[in-house]
Write a protein that binds this ligand. Structure first.
Ligand code: ATP
Ligand code: MG
Length: 355
């Protein structure tokens, strides 16, 4: 179905030195344009790989609401960047057979932004609000009655002559997405009938995503090469798709064969210094500091950030979640601690030849 507006605002989150990381789960600058007409995006539940439980729950709700001819309940999707929140919202609008209005909280600062979003909706339409935890109080208060009672309460006029006017809205579905569910106000959280979390993908799901994407961009890839790429994708489809593009670039210049094999993957990702677990130079500096200078920790986040010349928030939201996910890092009350597995991995894999 058509996407009627797309004013989603993503920040690519470069590191403090202004460089963008190949393995960042956020959109990079040159991907921002691409993301609006992302040809690799699954368009149906069948094409959406992995997240079996979430898919099952949503498929049932979507089918039931289509059968009843009603709008789907308001839905909250949360989880780390690049796992498919926006993609799933678009799949749902396709499956419901309705339009999707795409926006994000920073574009909804003034009451008139909310009015513009909700006015002239067709019944059962889907409204997607990205980064919903960033909505300000005024916008949230306008959305509450809209979500609950399908009513837009507006104040018309100024001073003593001001009056309240209510506009009735057709039934609609608000899909909110956030990477920070804890930052959501509790009245907002309560207004979602369905709340679902997206998890990091398994290697086998990522391998299927890689094969599907390779097929869509007319790239032949061996089984072993797709396995290698999956292991380096940090559990994240966005990174998997990005690595395929970099490997394709490398192969076009350096390979005589038109089949991507495991050697091409290794050579291409060595060049970009993405190692066999998907760790890059930033991750390695982080682990190296903990292992070499602090005997594995515990060390406070601020100390690590100062020593690395990075912003603490970048470390906390971009670097640490994946290290924790693969069992390399623990956050304790006394500070960050590396696990024995991380220490072994760091010491065994040399920084230059990281494959
Ligand atoms: N289940 C999936 N199967 C295949 N490809 C996927 C899947 N999920 C996501 N992708 C691909 O990964 C990319 C990133 O997905 P998406 O933009 O939906 O992530 P997101 O969770 O909305 O990220 P952000 O938090 O940064 O907004 C998309 O380009 C899409 O093509
Ligand atoms: Mg998104």
């Amino acid at each position: 179905m058509a996407i009627v507006s797309s004013i989603t605002n993503h920040s690519p989150l470069p590191n403090d030195k202004g460089e963008e990381r190949l393995v960042s789960s956020n959109l990079l600058k040159d991907e921002l344009k691409l993301s609006k007409q992302d040809s690799l995006r699954p368009k149906s539940f069948d094409e959406f790989v992995g997240q079996a439980e979430l898919k099952k729950v949503l498929e049932i709700s979507v089918k039931a609401s289509v059968k009843r001819g009603e709008a789907l309940d308001h839905l909250m999707l949360y989880g780390p960047p690049g796992l498919g929140k926006t993609t799933m919202a678009l799949v749902i609008s396709e499956e419901l057979g309705v339009k999707a209005r795409m926006t994000s909280a920073p574009a909804l600062e003034r009451p008139r932004d909310i009015v513009g979003l909700l006015i002239n909706m067709q019944p059962r339409e889907l409204i997607f609000v990205d980064e919903i935890h960033r909505l300000n109080r005024i916008s949230q208060e306008l959305l509450y009655p809209a979500m609950e009672d399908r009513r837009l309460d507006l104040t018309v006029g100024k001073g003593t002559s001001s009056r309240m006017r209510s506009i009735e809205l057709p039934p609609f579905t608000l899909v909110g997405a956030t990477t920070k569910p804890a930052a959501l106000s509790s009245p907002m959280r309560d207004r979602f009938g369905i709340t679902q979390r997206l998890d990091f993908y398994t290697y086998s799901d990522l391998q299927n995503i890689i094969k599907r994407s390779a097929n869509l961009i007319n790239l032949s890839i061996t089984e072993e090469a797709s396995q290698q790429l999956a292991r380096r994708s940090r559990g994240t489809p966005r990174i998997a798709n990005r690595l395929i593009r970099r490997v394709r670039d490398y192969a076009e210049v350096h390979s005589s064969s038109n089949i991507i094999d495991v050697q091409v993957v290794k050579d291409a990702l060595d060049l970009h210094r993405v190692d066999q677990r998907g760790l890059d130079a930033t991750d390695r500096s982080y682990l190296g500091l903990l292992v070499n200078q602090y005997q594995g920790g515990p060390v406070g986040l601020e100390t690590l950030a100062a020593a690395l010349g990075e912003d603490p928030t970048t470390l906390e939201t971009v670097v640490e979640p994946y290290l924790m996910q693969i069992g390399f890092l623990q956050r304790t009350a006394r500070g960050r601690v590396v696990t024995p597995a991380a220490e072994k991995y760091y010491l065994l894999s040399s920084p230059n030849k990281i494959c």
